[in-house]
Write a protein that binds this ligand. Structure first.
Ligand code: ZN
Ligand code: ZN
Length: 172
């Protein structure tokens, strides 16, 4: 969805837009969309800068990185961005330090779909967890450790347990 930067009116533009993406658009490999991405965005032009402010919501299916079970993940991300024209990108070393974190638009156009996808990907967790205290899988039997009830004797020389023991020792 291309916005022609020169056509942005003085009062700006408002969008209330759904976008359909495929799971191949996501940085998280095992994630899938459960619904389209809903976005509310306002776009303003101030001088050469295009200010893009808004929020996006969607629901994804993730695989928990500890227990490997799928779970639903609600995404809610707000963003407030400034896009500069591409000419400045090429002269980056001349940019003021505060401009270095900024984004760029090319050929006098801004692709709102790309903006939304980028912000969505930036908002995703690096290690998705079904819950903060997910205990993952038992290293012996591979079953869920949930409630600690698989009945396995975990080998006491397990390096992770040794680490935990010394951690607890240090706490005393
Ligand atoms: Zn889990
Ligand atoms: Zn077990």
């Amino acid at each position: 969805m291309l916005i022609d930067v020169n056509d942005i009116p003085r009062e700006g533009l408002d969008f209330d837009q759904d976008f359909d993406f495929g799971s191949f658009d996501l940085v998280e490999e095992e994630a899938a969309f459960l619904e389209p991405v809903h976005s509310l965005v306002s776009v303003k032009k101030v001088g050469e800068e295009v200010l893009v402010k808004g929020k996006l919501t969607t629901r994804l299916s993730f695989i928990c990185s500890r227990c490997l079970r799928p779970f639903e993940y609600g995404v809610e991300a707000a963003f407030d961005l400034a896009y500069l024209p591409e000419e400045l990108d090429e002269e980056k070393e001349e940019l003021a330090e505060e401009d270095l974190g900024k984004f760029f638009y090319y050929h006098q156009q801004l692709d709102l779909r790309e903006v939304i996808l980028e912000q969505l990907n930036l908002s995703l967790p690096l290690r998705p967890l079904c819950s903060e205290d997910c205990e993952g899988l038992c290293p012996v039997c591979g079953q869920l450790v949930q409630n600690g009830q698989c009945g396995c004797q975990v080998n006491l020389s397990d390096p992770r347990l040794e680490k935990l023991k010394s951690f607890l020792r240090d706490k005393r």
